[in-house]
Design a protein around this ligand. Structure first.
Ligand code: SF4
Ligand code: MSK
Length: 630
């Protein structure tokens, strides 16, 4: 459409500055100010050469002091820090997956949680060799939940879901000694290996980092994704909107933030309840608007079309609008700064998980057993808080974009089935997508993931890279805060097809898709692994031969390192725009950017110049095409 226009970063920054002015009036600070206070950052930390894992230290490596008190050198310290970083991320994702399995155990036909995708549950059960014939679907759900929970502590063997990978990939994992065993065991093993006086050999530490990452991507995260689909439905394309303009001044605004859909799904249910809407009207509001931040937002956007207020570095902005009655959080990526910030406004900062307890919040513990009661109490609290709003502080930037979200693997396969002119019956395979790639209509695909980080101008790397890649006929599959960056800018609007090269534009038109496909939250990067595995199986290629790469240009969290490790270990080169604190060891850097290729046929690339990072990805995709002769 001729009048389609992306929202520019400058427009978003102007809106943020206006919100910060409100913050200044009420004595609130924001991450922008705290970054200044923390700059310059510690150089030892940045290089990964500070060790404080025993009280003989902390030890810092310098040319004059090349070894810590125990004799560990920079390579051991950097490698240990990298592995501990991975373990933190793998534990976090996997515990999210565990919570989803626990919720599935409570599913009941008349309860708060139901089985919304029984076909998927049966499919998984068959995959795991569980009898499904004549079994009640809820009995099956409880049995599968228990089996999935046992994956966390299984005594023998490897993760069940490894069998989804092509045989070649499974063989590589076994040969490299990185096939993940019990999920919890890989985290424990990582912590044990990095204890004082255990491993200091980079190769051993990096192998365990890959194995621990795989226990997340092909274990805990996959459980989180798959059983969320079973309970809340497998995402299908759905229209929504993104950016702060989705909040409505005349409504009670509830913002859900975090990662676990068990909470946010029920908040959405209760916000649609006529009793609650009547209550909202009784306090002078027109209705209730729920919007989301971070991955919780992705979860409810792709299943219910709930609008996305923003991504990671926009979480404080929702409070700064002065129109947020409650920001309701579960786990992960929640700024503790929301506590003091919300005190400067009327906003209720509602924490709900024993895992993420914070000062200056209202704690309403949420567990699957009392889910409806807690959700109702939270929505009621938000509504009753509407009267405390200070109208003079209300400013919601008039800024939002249309987005079509919800491209699970199942949805992509279904949507692209109609694209090519193939005479072959391709229903239920990725062959149409492969045909687009081999014919050159699409050059390849990039899995764009990860956070924002003040080290990079927020959203700049995500948006600029996506624009560059789609102009080069490379389709983007995005998740996490990268997906929200795209949606806020307008890149998940179908109208963004005009920014594509001719080939990708044609595919977007024929399939009626946006050029950047929303695949969900951080745990949903496991969907990307399933897609890569399916593409490899359907093409007869190895995953590493596919013209597909991963990219996290603005990542910040331990979870992102765990993700990077399983994406690389699955055979996909992974491009980072932020250094993972390994520059203090040339040995560890060499292993991650080259050496691991001997084990898993892929490696990391770190490049802080975003334009160059884009060029390197395009170059790698073209190299892969050339190697295949396509
Ligand atoms: Fe220092 Fe070694 Fe202790 Fe680390 S483990 S703090 S390098 S003495
Ligand atoms: S929420 S891990 S800031 S992507 Fe998953 Fe966003 Fe990164 Fe958190």
């Amino acid at each position: 459409m001729a009048d389609f226009k992306l929202t520019t970063l400058e427009e978003m920054e102007t809106a943020t500055n206006r919100l910060l002015e409100t913050g200044a009036k009420v004595g609130a600070d924001g991450w922008q100010m705290r970054v200044k206070n923390q700059t310059p950052h510690c150089k030892f930390g940045e290089q990964g050469i500070c060790c404080r894992i025993c009280t003989m230290g902390p030890c810092r490596i310098t040319p004059k002091a090349p070894r810590g008190v125990c004799g560990c050198d920079a390579h051991g310290i950097v490698g240990r820090n990298f592995l501990r970083f991975t373990a933190g991320g793998a534990a976090t994702h996997s515990d999210h997956g565990r919570a989803i399995c626990e919720t599935l155990r409570c599913a009941a036909p008349d309860g708060a949680y139901k089985v919304k995708d029984p076909e998927k549950l049966i499919r998984i059960a068959k995959e795991w060799g569980v009898e499904t014939e004549g079994v009640d679907i809820y009995d099956l759900a409880h049995k599968m939940a228990k089996l999935a929970l046992e994956e966390y502590g299984k005594v023998d063997g490897f993760q069940n879901w490894l069998s989804r990978a092509p045989q070649h990939t499974q063989d590589l994992w076994k040969k490299a000694g990185i096939a993940p065993r019990a999920i919890d065991r890989e985290v424990s093993c990582a912590m044990h290996m990095t204890h004082m006086g255990c491993s200091s050999k980079p190769e051993a530490l990096i192998r365990q980092a890959l194995r621990n990452g795989l226990s997340d991507g092909w274990g805990g995260s996959m459980a989180g994704t798959e059983f969320s689909d079973v309970m809340f439905g497998t995402p299908r394309p759905i229209d929504t909107e993104a950016n702060l303009g989705v909040m409505k001044a005349e409504d009670v605004n509830i913002v859900v933030h975090g990662h676990d859909p068990s909470l946010s799904e029920l908040i959405c249910d209760w916000s649609e309840n006529p009793e609650m809407i009547a209550l909202a009207k009784s306090v002078g509001a027109k209705g209730i608007t729920v919007s989301g931040v971070c991955c919780t937002s992705n979860e409810v956007a792709m299943r219910r079309g709930i609008p996305m207020a923003g991504n990671f570095l926009q979480q404080e902005n929702v409070v700064l609008t002065g129109a947020c009655e409650a920001i309701v959080v579960d786990v992960q990526c929640i700024f503790p700064g929301l506590g003091p910030l919300s005190k400067c406004f009327h906003t209720k900062f509602v924490t709900t998980s024993p895992i993420a307890q914070m000062p200056d919040s209202d704690y309403i513990e949420f567990d699957p057993e009392n889910a409806n009661e807690s959700a109702k109490a939270i929505v009621t609290m938000a509504i009753e808080n509407f009267k405390n709003r200070k109208p003079e502080l209300v400013y919601i930037p008039d800024m939002k974009q249309k987005a079509t979200v919800g491209y699970s693997v199942e949805a992509i396969v279904k949507t692209l089935d109609g694209v090519t002119n193939s005479q072959v019956d391709v229903t239920g395979t990725t062959k149409p997508l492969l045909e687009c790639i081999t014919s050159g209509v699409i050059r390849g695909a990039v899995a764009m993931v990860g956070c924002n980080n003040p080290r990079v101008r927020p959203d700049y790397a995500h948006v600029e890279l996506m624009k560059k890649l789609i102009a080069n006929d490379i389709v983007i599959i995005a998740s996490g805060c990268s997906a929200q960056a795209a949606a806020k800018a307008g890149l998940m609007s179908k109208e963004a097809k005009d920014l594509c090269g001719a080939g990708l534009k044609r595919v977007c038109e024929l399939a009626d898709i946006p050029p950047v496909l929303h695949m969900g939250s951080c745990v949903d990067i496991s969907r990307m692994m399933v897609l890569a595995a399916t593409l490899a199986k359907d093409s007869g290629l190895n995953i590493s031969q596919l013209p597909v790469v991963g990219c996290a240009p603005e990542w910040m969290s331990e979870k992102a390192v765990s993700i990077g490790n399983y994406v690389v270990a699955t055979g996909l080169d992974t491009f980072l725009g932020v250094d993972p604190y390994v520059s203090g060891s040339d040995q560890v850097t060499e292993l991650l950017t080259n050496g691991v290729r001997d084990w898993v046929e892929a490696a990391y690339v770190v490049e802080k110049d975003i334009d160059k990072l884009g060029d390197l990805m395009i170059q790698r995709i073209e190299e892969k095409r050339e190697a295949l002769g396509i």
